[in-house]
Design a protein around this ligand. Structure first.
Ligand code: PLP
Length: 346
């Protein structure tokens, strides 16, 4: 059983950039909504009706296209519980989100991890070739965690045309709000023409509600129905539902914060490029430093500079985009990595 490793926590003078979280505290209106929802002696609304209606407004879909769950990782688990079991196969890109091996194993299916290209992009051709009669589901991750690059609409349409329409394709769009590439795919726009496609989204990242665990699936009502059936009843507390509704009500403020994080990302990227790094083009709230064997030593250098990053042994270091104040120590650490370790900058 692959164990999910959580990003390390940070000490008082450190920046926690290890879990792709939003560094900002909840918006005042979100805190007010939570404070008004303290009837926690009662079970929550199991159908998440208010949040579902709000998401319907927000996406332009009807409520029967939407399933809310306790975090998008649980949505992924529910999707697989619904379609895959022992003897079946689930394909995903690798390296990608560390939750994928866990949810596939929990479903009882066999994981088919298809390596990324040297450019850190999904190898869509190899993923299509990996399809067998046992394949039940395929995950796409855009922007990809931990490398940050996006799939384009054209690439996803090409892929969907190759994949048999009875295979579930899940497009994991946890970081979609940070995307600024006009060619990047938005799964929502493809749902109508591709009934086997589901988009998984979350309030954990752009909305900064990771601690409350709210995610959702968008897709055709038949699949959404089984996603709901595969979940435990009443698993999203009212408090979390209320916070998500309040956050959607304050979408302009949320977007302003996301825009600011994108500007911080641009400063980080510009600083790294100045130092000679060739990082994959990131459209998420993190950046990938492909350091290979030097990853662990680099992680220690980041830690000495007060930056808690996520180290993937022998592969790379993922550094989140955080507070403005984190940029200087982050770039100082990256510079020390370049000068003190023998690294191939890409
Ligand atoms: C690509 C991706 N998908 C899904 C998730 C799960 O998010 P949550 O369960 O908080 O909604 C994460 C979390 O880091 C992620 O990186």
């Amino acid at each position: 059983m692959p164990r999910y490793r959580q990003g390390k926590s940070a000490g008082p003078d450190e920046f926690k950039l290890s879990s792709n979280e939003n560094p900002y505290p909840p918006l005042p209106s979100v805190i007010a909504a939570i404070e008004s929802e303290l009837e926690i002696n009662r079970y929550p609304d199991g159908s998440a009706s208010e949040l579902t209606a709000k998401l319907a407004d927000f996406t332009g879909l009807s409520p029967d296209h939407i399933a809310v769950g306790p975090g998008s990782i649980t949505i992924l688990q529910q999707l697989l519980a619904a379609v895959a079991g022992p003897g079946d196969e689930v394909i995903y890109p690798w390296r990608s989100f560390e939750g994928y091996p866990t949810v596939v194993t929990l479903s009882g299916a066999t994981a088919i991890a298809v390596p990324l290209l040297d450019t850190f992009e999904h190898d869509l051709e190899a993923m299509a070739h990996a399809v067998t009669e046992r394949t039940k589901a395929i995950f796409l991750c855009t922007p990809n965690n931990p490398t940050g690059n996006v799939l384009t609409t054209e690439q996803v349409e090409w892929f969907l045309a190759l994949v048999p329409s009875d295979i579930l394709v899940v497009i994991d769009e946890a970081y979609i709000d940070f995307v600024r590439d006009p060619a990047a795919v938005d799964g929502l726009t493809l749902l109508e023409d591709h009934p086997n496609l589901v988009s998984a989204r979350t309030f954990s990242k752009a909305h900064g509600l990771a601690g409350l665990r709210v995610g959702y699936a968008l897709g055709n009502p038949e699949i959404i129905d089984v996603v709901k059936a595969a979940g435990l009843p009443m698993s999203v507390p009212n408090l979390a539902q209320r916070a998500a509704v309040a956050s959607l009500d304050a979408i302009d403020d949320v977007r302003e914060r996301v825009d600011h994080l994108v500007s911080v990302r641009n400063r980080v990227i510009a600083g790294l490029v100045d130092q000679g790094w060739q990082v994959p083009p990131t459209h998420a709230n993190f950046v990938w430093l492909p350091l290979g064997a030097a990853s662990e030593a680099a992680g220690e250098i980041f830690a000495r500079h007060g930056i808690v990053a996520r180290v993937f042994a022998d592969s790379g270091v993922r550094v989140g985009i955080g507070e403005d104040e984190s940029v200087e120590p982050l770039l100082n650490a990256a510079s020390e990595v370049v000068t003190s370790l023998t690294v191939d900058l890409g």
